[in-house]
Design a protein around this ligand. Structure first.
Ligand code: ADP
Length: 500
């Protein structure tokens, strides 16, 4: 730089110090003489204006930058005339038409004689900052437009949870003004019963920085309350620190009404079903009592009246009464299961003896039909288990009874195995079978595969429904494997419990 200094420019010591200061300055600063020729420029000035390392001393600013506009020239002239001029921010149009934002200052410097020697120009390119401000304004405007476009009530708050923005839907719906709603004022639009819960939830979300989600009722202008789902999420800054909260309130009243309606409909249905089951329990019981008297009387008459004609009539009455009693018993059992009015016992009993007893009941009937009826209890099955032998017997009677009823040739096997914590029972026959499409409805009450079969085989259609109810009450599961004409296998499991 020294060698570029024009010999005719004499500088005093004081000026020399000033030049040095300018060169070292950490900002963009340049010193010019009266003809706008460079005396000195800081490093920053050189980089900002693309001047590199070239010698500047004595070179005219306007010759280096012929594109310098009249606006700048006028400012320079004012400085050279002794004025101090500055601007915090000012837009200059560059030669290529782009806008440059500058913070600048122009100050005259004086020679030892007191005469103006030239000007010092300081300038800082603040275009980036201006651009960032512009971007921020645009994104805020976009948020505002978006929140106005939303059908929900939209709100925003500062990091402490003090609301400072609502979209106009909020004001339209609640009738609140911004002054009324700001900070925690929005809470006063909520249903009194929901305020504490909501405030707690909001405080917790704000302290923890977790997603805020709560349902509450907001009072509308018309005085009625509607349910809203309010959700808020924190907006984090570059350092992941929470800067604001933004949220919405969605009207869920219709959905709530539907839920309420469904719930009360379900409750009503359950109540009705319970009442019906209780009625059936009572009725069956009431029918049973006179029935037993009735049957006792028939038995008695059979003993004393020996005329074959009367005997035949009494036998018909007896078997009809027995069928009726069985039906009443089934209805009673089924209703008890539905009304959950059944006690399952937990006693230690001999499992093999229980199975044998059931098989014994059907031995004669099987024999009459020429059917093989066998039990296979696997060796690993414990002698004694804990459970309800009466209910287990009842399930087996239903399944073996059906097997005998619906099998005309072949065999019926009753099997028991144990695997881990589970006992598995099976009743397999070589009977008429059940088509697969009927399997799903088989365990429903009053379900019979074919009504023509009912007339042939009798039955109430309650046996399997009762069996399923009992198996499930005991913690097990029942299923069927069968195909028409291929026989059937009914399987059920029970949890295995051993006596201590
Ligand atoms: P039901 O008193 O009519 O036997 P269940 O509930 O015990 O009532 O059985 C319902 C229907 O399932 C029966 O009517 C019959 O059609 C069919 N079913 C049950 N077990 C068998 C079986 N082992 N073989 C063929 N069909 C069966």
């Amino acid at each position: 730089m020294e060698e570029g200094r024009a010999p005719d420019l004499k500088v005093s010591d004081k000026e020399q110090r000033l030049l040095l200061f300018v060169e070292q300055a950490p900002v963009a600063i340049a010193m010019f003489d009266h003809d706008m020729r460079y005396l000195s420029a800081s490093r920053r000035w050189r980089t900002d204006y693309g001047l590199g390392e070239r010698a500047l001393h004595g070179l005219s600013h306007y010759e280096i930058f012929p594109e310098i506009g009249d606006a700048w020239k006028a400012i320079h002239r004012r400085g050279l005339a002794g004025e101090e001029v500055a601007a915090e921010e000012e837009a200059f149009t560059r030669a290529d038409g782009s806008i440059q934002w500058l913070r600048w200052q122009v100050q005259p410097w004086r020679e030892a004689s007191g005469a103006i020697g030239g000007i010092m120009v300081f300038s800082e390119d603040i275009s980036k900052r201006k651009q960032a401000e512009q971007d921020k304004r645009e994104s805020e405007e976009e948020f505002r437009v978006l929140s106005e476009a939303m059908p929900q009530l939209v709100w925003a708050s500062d990091i402490h949870g003090r609301a400072d923005y609502f979209n106009s839907r909020w004001f339209e719906y609640t009738g609140q003004s911004f002054e009324e709603a700001k900070n925690l004022g929005w809470l006063s639009a909520l249903h009194p019963e929901d305020v504490v819960r909501t405030q707690d939830c909001w405080t917790e979300a704000v302290t923890k920085g977790a997603v805020y989600e709560v349902q509450y009722r907001i009072k509308g202008r018309d005085g009625t309350y509607r349910w809203f789902l309010s959700r808020g999420v924190p907006r984090r800054g570059a350092s992941a620190k929470i800067e604001r909260w933004i949220g919405t309130c969605t009207d869920i009243s219709a959905q709530k009404d539907l839920e309420e309606g469904l719930k009360s409909a379900r409750e009503a249905a359950e109540d009705a079903s319970r009442a019906k089951s209780e009625f059936l329990v009572t009725m069956s019981h009431e029918i049973r009592t006179p029935m037993t008297i009735f049957m006792g009387a028939i038995q008695h008459l059979m003993e004393i009246d020996q005329s074959p004609e009367h005997r035949q009539l009494l036998e018909m009455a007896d078997s009809a009464a027995l069928r009726l009693l069985t039906l009443v018993d089934d209805i009673l059992d089924f209703s008890r299961i539905e009304a959950r009015k059944i006690n399952i016992e937990a006693v230690a009993f001999d499992l093999r003896a229980c199975v044998d007893e059931v098989v014994r009941i059907f031995a004669l009937a099987a024999q009459e039909k020429n059917l093989v009826l066998e039990t296979e209890v696997a060796a690993e099955v414990a002698e004694r288990v804990i459970g309800d032998p009466k209910r287990l017997g009842q399930i087996l009677v239903n399944l073996v009874g059906n097997a005998v009823k619906f099998t005309h040739a072949g065999e019926i096997r009753v099997g028991v195995r144990s695997a881990g914590e589970i006992l598995e029972f099976s009743v397999t026959d070589t009977g008429i079978g059940i088509p697969p499409e009927k399997h799903s409805r088989l365990f429903e009450r009053f379900s019979q595969v074919d009504s023509s079969l009912t007339r042939r085989y009798g039955g109430s259609g309650l046996g399997l429904a009762i069996s399923k109810g009992l198996v499930e009450l005991m913690g097990g599961h029942i299923s069927v494997q069968s195909a028409a004409g291929k026989g059937s296998r009914f399987l059920f499991t029970l949890p295995l419990r051993l006596p201590a």
